[in-house]
Design a protein around this ligand. Sequence first.
Ligand SMILES: [Cu+2]
Length: 254
Amino acid sequence: MKKHTAVSVAALAAISSGMVLAPVAFAGDTSKDGSLNATLSPIPTSKVTGSGTAMVHLKGNQATVTIKTRGLLANAPHAQHFHIGAKGQCPPASAATKHSGQLSLNTTDGLPFYGKIGASLTTTGDTGASHSALAVDRFPMGASYTYHRTITVDDETASSLRNENAVVVVHGIDFNGNGKYDNVLGPSDLDPKLPSEATNPALCGPLKMAPAGAVSGGMGGTQAGETTALAAAGGLLVAAAGAVYLRRRTDRQS
Ligand SMILES: [Cu+2]
């Protein structure tokens, strides 16, 4: 009886230390999976009233990305990127400056908060930060869309994701509400051949590591039951067991 108790305590201690160590392992070890979530909210001063979600499952340098949006300008392309290397935040209204006399937030105004482009979340082809940043013919179209793609990100972007410093930014606004991108805010700060409305940030959300019980939230339907079970049972031990389960899953996949 006494021995049994001792074993149980040892098991508890092992699980507890696992709980503490797991996040540290994620941050430093790029071979480990990580799942991140973001809630996409309108950029202040953009006149955007839409919303969205982003989920990223990271394995090494492979990022499986799911983005859902609604309430954007219809029949228009929406450039979207991982932004990295700054504060990992979305810009506040105070970051807006005047463009063609209108207080608004263009992409450059937000750089001190969300940082430079780390990857272009295109629908096909290249996903690089430079060549595909404004590949308007390879970005999702429309007011509401679901984007799903597995892309390879560079080392800097992968570690930015792991360090919770990456931000999803969806671009393209209709500041004057006339149903199209026009020059009401002047030319784009990124490409003067495009209207600023076409490239201004619309939705933004910092990507944060999902808690253990919700790690599979961004994955396919087959895991929904497991996620629900973990969440419903709750508690420290169940969360720890979930973390162990997920790490074993990771090992099996790699
Ligand atoms: Cu961007």
